[in-house]
Design a protein around this ligand. Structure first.
Ligand SMILES: O=C(O)[C@H](O)[C@@H](O)[C@H](O)[C@H](O)COP(=O)(O)O
Length: 230
């Protein structure tokens, strides 16, 4: 399956295109199956998309939003992806959407793996998974060099705890298997540095050095990369 790459002059144009596409896809899922399941990522890139999506007229009570990964901090912490989603996506029209948190009461994310995996295992095939990519080639919280990387790429469980070597905070991440249980995967990338990392990720196959390749080089789910130069 080939990866389709759409290039945009800037993130504003990208968001306009992506917003239309996602809205149609969510509407179609609701029409066909009664409910839509959308996986989003944290980080800085998705904020303008979240703000635009939040304004859309959609049957939001029939949409469930889940995070691809979460930093293991309270949802009030500035580093929390849940906080980001609550402040920018679950607003305006989209305030009516359902949200599935990747957090639990456990202090240690390793103690919470089973609970979060069970929570995620109850969700059906996702309609769309939106991933970001770090300049080290990580995606979700599947980080190069992390002790748990191999497990994240091979486990049947839906989630796992990860301690990145070179990034702050322990995380909870969906596994490769759970992320690929989707009808469509998107990468939302913004800025020149990401374009160079993408080229490198597409050029070779080694997943351990760039885990994002596990999603770019696979035959199971269509991938569309949306890339803004600025
Ligand atoms: O919690 C997170 O950090 C993520 O979900 C992560 O995988 C993110 O998507 C990339 O690191 C890109 O982040 P930026 O959008 O900030 O570049």
């Amino acid at each position: 399956m080939t990866v389709s790459i759409q290039r945009f002059a800037n993130d504003k144009d990208l968001v306009a295109y992506f917003n239309r596409k996602l809205r149609l896809q969510l509407e179609q899922a609701i029409a066909e199956r009664g409910h839509a399941y959308l996986v989003v990522s944290g980080g800085r890139t998705p904020i303008p998309l979240f703000k635009t999506l939040a304004k859309q007229q959609l049957a939001w009570p029939q949409v469930t939003i889940v995070l691809a990964d979460e930093r293991w901090v309270p949802p009030s912490d500035a580093a929390s992806n849940e906080k980001l989603v609550r402040e920018h996506l679950l607003q305006e029209q989209a305030a009516a959407a359902k949200f599935v948190s990747l957090l639990s009461a456990e202090e240690d994310p390793y103690e919470a793996e089973e609970e979060i995996s069970e929570r995620l295992a109850q969700l059906p095939t996702f309609d769309a998974v939106i991933l970001g990519m770090g300049e080290d080639g990580h995606t979700a919280s599947l980080f190069p060099g992390a002790e748990e990387l191999q497990c994240g790429l091979t486990t049947d469980a839906a989630a796992l705890a990860v301690t990145p070597k070179d990034a702050p905070l322990a995380r909870m991440s969906m596994s490769k298997k759970r992320l690929l249980d989707s009808r469509q995967i998107y990468f939302h990338l913004s800025g020149g540095a990401k374009a160079a990392v993408l080229d490198e990720a597409l050029a070779e196959q080694d997943v351990a050095s760039m885990p994002v390749r596990a999603f770019l080089h696979q035959q199971q789910v269509p991938v569309e990369v949306l890339l803004a130069s600025a």
